[in-house]
Design a protein around this ligand. Structure first.
Ligand code: NAG
Ligand code: NAG
Ligand code: NAG
Ligand code: NAG
Ligand code: CU
Length: 366
């Protein structure tokens, strides 16, 4: 386990710097503005040095060969056996499912809490490490810059080509959900490298129409084989426009405001916030399930994008924004977004451990 303090100080400089000079957009400008502060910190560090930088890039800025190498590694995880104790979690069939399982089990402790940003940073980093150590991948985790692709079905991420993260779901008749209108898919993903992917875990909190089949176990951890579905369209991603991303970063001066606006919306981000709008842009099943959403492999591009936003926000005032967290230990137990102290949560501390269960990576386990 790492403490929240460690994850913040170890991984910001190592993991979250991004290619310079690529984006001509306003978010890229903020990234460039914050870069000197990060460079200065790197120059002072003996452990997080420039030589160790892993530079993550937007999917649209990597070559087709690089996309295919990433896809190949993800398929390797999907085809590798689970490392969870045999028989304990019947729906954890693959090594990929181990990640989904971990997210399901911790959902209420890692959203709307003090660890939202850092837990997902560590989780995405662990995934990137496992792609390296167990699947021979030598690139970095690509990210999704939501504002760059207002029509996501036409983006190289979701265009259904063999160098995409798969296409939309097949267009089927379906109804609006609680978070937005019916979009352009709704059925099984039938184009690209993840066509015919089988999802095993969940659902736990499905909103998709038509509803996915119920999991045989009430905790969603039973085996429930079904196709990967998506319902991609432009209706929600507009809340994660470049203008809104910039407003988030320039408008929020403390980490509570930053993380809560990101997750909760309000004036920007619609009813679901920028984070939720990106998730529900993938939608359907399991992408639209709060607990099971990592079951869609585009999840990790999405969360590398969240990680990037956090880093850009931090870099605008690095000294004040690196070792700070705010919020409680449980989404439902008080101190959550807008919540007061009640229901048994405590305030999260930087010394609290961050736990990604049995997923071990580079010598760091539990
Ligand atoms: C990284 O992996 C790609 C695809 O497998 C390969 O072509 C390339 O040579 C590798 N690069 C290094 C530096 O090992
Ligand atoms: C998906 O399954 C269908 C029906 O079994 C099959 O025709 C198609 O070739 C499969 N596609 C991929 C990419 O495996
Ligand atoms: C940190 O924030 C305080 C209060 O806003 C400000 O006075 C100070 O200059 C900031 N520190 C740095 C290093 O920017
Ligand atoms: C982690 O692995 C250990 C040893 O295999 C096992 O006893 C424990 O139950 C596992 N934890 C989870 C959450 O699966
Ligand atoms: Cu999550």
């Amino acid at each position: 386990m790492l403490s929240l303090y460690q994850i913040i100080c170890l991984t910001v400089p190592l993991l979250s710097l991004f290619a310079g000079g690529v984006d001509a957009d306003a978010l890229g400008d903020l990234q460039a503005k914050g870069r000197p502060a990060i460079n200065a910190q790197l120059a002072k560090s003996t452990t997080c040095t420039a030589a160790k930088l892993q530079v993550r890039k937007e999917w649209g800025d990597i070559t087709v060969a690089e996309r295919k190498a990433y896809i190949k590694a993800v398929l390797c995880l999907i085809n590798a056996p689970s490392k969870m104790p045999a028989g304990k979690f019947p729906g954890a069939k693959s090594r990929y499912d181990d990640f989904v399982l971990t997210h399901i089990q911790q959902t209420l402790q890692i959203h709307g809490t003090g660890s939202f940003l850092s837990w997902h940073r560590y989780y995405t980093w662990a995934y990137e490490q496992v792609l390296h150590t167990e699947c021979g991948y030598n690139g970095t985790q690509p990210y999704w810059d939501y504002g760059r692709w207002p029509d996501p079905e036409k983006s190289p991420i979701f265009d259904g080509s063999d160098s995409s993260m798969g296409g939309n779901g097949r267009k089927v008749a379906h109804k609006a959900t609680s978070v937005g209108p019916a979009q352009n898919g709704g059925g099984c993903v039938d184009k690209g490298p993840f066509a015919n992917m089988t999802v095993h875990l969940g659902p736990v909190s499905p909103i998709a129409d038509p509803a996915p089949p119920k999991n045989p176990a009430s905790n969603g951890l039973g085996d429930n084989p079904r196709c990967l579905r998506r319902d991609i369209g432009p209706n929600l991603i507009k809340y994660a426009s470049t203008a809104n991303l910039v407003t988030l970063i320039t408008g929020q001066k403390d980490v509570a405001g930053f993380q809560n606006t990101l997750q909760n919306g309000g004036a920007i981000g619609g009813s679901q916030g920028i984070h939720g709008s990106a998730h529900f842009t993938i939608g359907a099943d399991p992408g639209g399930d709060f607990y099971t959403s990592p079951g869609d492999p585009a999840f990790f591009l999405l969360h590398a994008g969240i990680d990037r936003l956090w880093t850009i926000w931090q870099s605008q005032d690095l000294a004040n924004r690196t070792q700070v967290i705010a919020g409680g230990t449980s989404m439902t137990g008080g101190f959550g977004i807008g919540g007061g102290a009640s229901g048994g949560a405590t305030l999260q501390k930087l010394t609290d451990n961050i736990d990604i269960s049995n997923i071990s990576c580079q010598g760091v386990s539990d």
